[in-house]
Write a protein that binds this ligand. Structure first.
Ligand SMILES: NC(=O)c1ccc[n+]([C@@H]2O[C@H](COP(=O)([O-])OP(=O)(O)OC[C@H]3O[C@@H](n4cnc5c(N)ncnc54)[C@H](O)[C@@H]3O)[C@@H](O)[C@H]2O)c1
Length: 308
């Protein structure tokens, strides 16, 4: 079962599992996934339009009895979490608890999506890239709810024997991403540069992120079905890319040579973020394999309507 399976990452994951011959069910309330339904329908994947907070979700889990629940459904917009922390916690904490309760009952492994950028927050530069022993220092309600999710996973493991793996993802990019959210910057720049519209960078553009291609992230979820029980893994490339570098890389692919427009930095935005995934390599056998140029080209092709 893939919660949030109509989402950007979840739809790729559901398709991969189906292609590997697994019986897949998607649970998604379509809070943001509507436009991706066509991909799931084309693959013949069954979608239950259900909210993870609703008892109907529990019933589906108890009836379907999945071996694994890939838990990706979330309120994942950092800015929305700041404006409405109650909604954020309702979905990301209470919704998650419903899923964990049901998973424990049917002995399903939960492979949960956390956020590497948001649970660690701004760390001292000399600590980068951050490994899993780094201090958690979430600086948004979204980061807090993702950090709390991991505490609950551990609690359910010790209290009810829940089998879980948590993946702290870097900034995921690739085809099908909404042009908003945590790493929507690739989708936003891509769309605007293809349309020859100006792009805005908030701050000086020297803020960095760890951009990880969606197919590599899907590989990590698949690897976590078999290994890594009870552990948190960072899933990133350990490569810092500044927003300026990203802009010029996409501009080059789109054959645009005009510079971006700069506006004042947004308060509270992370300056630097980069993840050490050595633990995932050792215990999951996972490493990212897509270089950024190839990933960006595939993303731009998709936005142009040529991909997939
Ligand atoms: N995209 C990234 O860069 C990134 C980085 C770190 C972590 N993550 C995490 O990975 C997961 C997937 O992210 P994504 O980028 O695919 O996001 P997304 O918004 O595309 O997908 C989330 C899906 O969850 C669904 N959903 C939201 N609330 C729901 C609810 N109450 N009940 C049922 N379904 C609900 C949405 O409709 C959507 O289809 C999320 O948990 C997110 O926090 C993403």
């Amino acid at each position: 079962m893939v919660t949030g399976g109509a989402g950007f990452i979840g739809s790729h994951l559901a398709e991969r599992l189906q292609a590997e011959g697994r019986e897949v069910k998607v649970v998604d309330n379509l809070a943001s996934g509507e436009q991706r339904l066509k991909f799931l329908e084309a693959s013949g994947i069954e979608v239950d339009r259900v909210d993870i907070r609703h008892p109907a979700c529990t019933e589906i889990i108890e009836k379907f009895r999945p071996d694994e629940i890939y838990h990706l459904a979330a309120q994942m917009d950092v800015r929305r979490s700041v404006q409405d922390p109650v909604y954020d916690a309702d979905v990301n904490v209470l919704g998650t608890l419903r899923v964990l309760e049901a998973a424990a009952k049917v002995d399903a492994r939960v492979i949960a999506a956390s956020s590497g950028g948001c649970i660690y927050g701004e760390a001292p530069v000399e600590m980068l890239p951050l490994d899993e022993r780094s201090l958690r220092n979430p600086d948004s309600p979204y980061g807090i709810t993702k950090a709390v999710m991991e505490d609950y996973l551990r609690f359910y493991r010790s209290n009810q024997g829940l089998d879980y793996v948590a993946l702290a993802l870097g900034n995921v990019y690739g085809p099908r991403q909404d042009p908003f959210g945590e790493a929507g910057v690739v989708a936003i720049f891509g769309r605007r540069l293809i349309d020859r519209r100006p792009c805005v960078i908030f701050g000086d553009g020297e803020q960095t992120r760890d951009f990880c291609y969606v197919a590599d992230v899907v590989d990590a979820f698949v690897a976590a079905a078999e290994r890594g029980a009870g552990e948190l893994f960072n899933i990133g490339t350990a490569i810092e890319t500044s927003v300026n570098e990203l802009y010029w890389a996409i501009a080059g692919i789109c054959e645009v040579d005009s510079p971006p427009r700069y506006e004042p930095a947004r308060p509270g935005e992370l300056q630097r973020s980069c993840l050490d995934s050595g633990k995932a390599k050792r215990l999951l056998g996972w490493t990212p394999s897509t270089d950024m140029d190839a990933g960006l080209r595939a993303t731009v092709e998709f936005i142009r309507g040529r991909g997939e």
